[in-house]
Write a protein that binds this ligand. Structure first.
Ligand code: FMN
Length: 311
């Protein structure tokens, strides 16, 4: 049984998000409301393959056993480095690895990786084959509809499906669209039909602007297998609840405390990026914006803790 066969239709995934879904934040989400599957931030295969970059790559791939089921996401351009990194990911105990073929970041695209691969489908196929040549781990792909034009999806997704990935996550926008327009939900039935024709066993995961686990139902009704939520977790860290309920300010503050503790426990550095998360927890109550402004001036976890402990 491959990794993706374990989940029932309507499964939910926390999206891979660079600088966000690290070992600390994933556990915050797990405490709030667990998705069925976690994804790590992406790790560069060049980084793992070089002696200098390896410690950083291993740091990014760190996870706790109770975060399982978890998928390691990787990106790059060189097939040999993919094979090496996929084997390493497997040896770290991951059952599944995902290849990023959708990142629009210009630095990533300049290397030919991420969404750059949409313009070089042969290179993408070679990478997928190299990753799949490694035994003992399940390989999936996350991508967009195309690079410039929406109708690229037929040939691009058709090519990927022809390589039979175990799962395919489609962010329903092109690279050019970034996240500036609405996701193209109207295409789901056609993408499902293509998948069923070319690679019926591949699990199809839909991504883009979804807000809660309840959204899985309407996606499944259209024939897809699961959903992936990224930014929705910033608006509501409890978004993976199957039966949504109201949450108190005290619950949000507890989550923030938990996040601070974990950031410290794992020795994550530097402090400032942690501040980006504070708006998740300090929100929607009288005085929240003043409190956030005060927290923005803090220089350490201890200072932030002292401020919220006064509440
Ligand atoms: C801060 C941030 C970092 C991201 N990093 C990654 C990444 O490492 N790998 C990836 O495949 N997608 C990455 N993405 C894209 C998301 O996984 C997701 O495809 C996108 O945000 C659309 O889904 P959403 O509307 O649910 O957020 C990132 C998105 C954001 C906002």
């Amino acid at each position: 049984m491959n990794f993706w066969d374990k989940f029932e239709k309507g499964f939910t995934c926390l999206a891979p998000m660079e600088g966000v879904t690290d070992i600390a934040f994933r556990q915050v989400v797990a405490k709030a409301a667990r998705p069925d599957i976690f994804f790590t931030e992406f790790t560069n295969v060049n980084s793992y393959s070089s002696e200098k970059g390896r410690p950083n790559a291993l740091e990014r791939l760190r996870y706790e056993p109770d975060e399982r089921p978890i998928v390691a996401q990787i990106w790059g351009k060189n097939p040999e480095m993919f094979a090496e990194t996929v084997a390493a990911v497997r040896d770290l105990g991951y059952e599944a690895v995902d290849i990023n073929m959708g990142c629009p970041d210009r630095h990533v695209v300049a290397t030919g990786g991420g969404s750059g691969l949409i313009r070089t489908p042969e290179a993408a196929a070679k990478i997928l084959r190299a990753a799949k040549s490694v035994d003992g781990i399940t390989v999936s792909v996350k991508t967009r509809l195309g690079y410039t034009k929406i109708d690229e999806w037929k040939s691009w997704l058709g090519m990927l499906l022809g390589e039979r990935p175990a799962a395919l996550t489609v962010h329903l926008r092109t690279k050019k669209e970034m996240s500036k327009v609405d996701a193209h939900y109207e295409l789901i039935p056609e993408i499902v039909a293509l998948k069923n024709e070319v690679s019926p066993k591949t699990k199809l995961i839909i991504n883009g602007d979804l807000k809660s686990a309840a959204d899985a139902q309407k996606i499944v009704e259209q024939g897809a297998d699961g959903i992936m939520i990224g930014r929705g977790v910033f608006q509501n860290p409890f978004c993976f609840e199957r039966e949504p309920r109201e949450h108190t300010q005290a619950e949000l503050l507890d989550l923030m405390r938990y996040h601070l503790d974990l950031y410290e426990k794992y020795g994550l550095q530097p402090y400032d990026p942690l501040k980006h998360f504070y708006k998740i927890y300090i929100n929607n109550f009288p005085g929240a914006s003043d409190l956030r402004a005060e927290l923005m001036l803090t220089k350490s976890i201890a200072e932030a803790r002292a401020i919220i402990d006064k509440l």
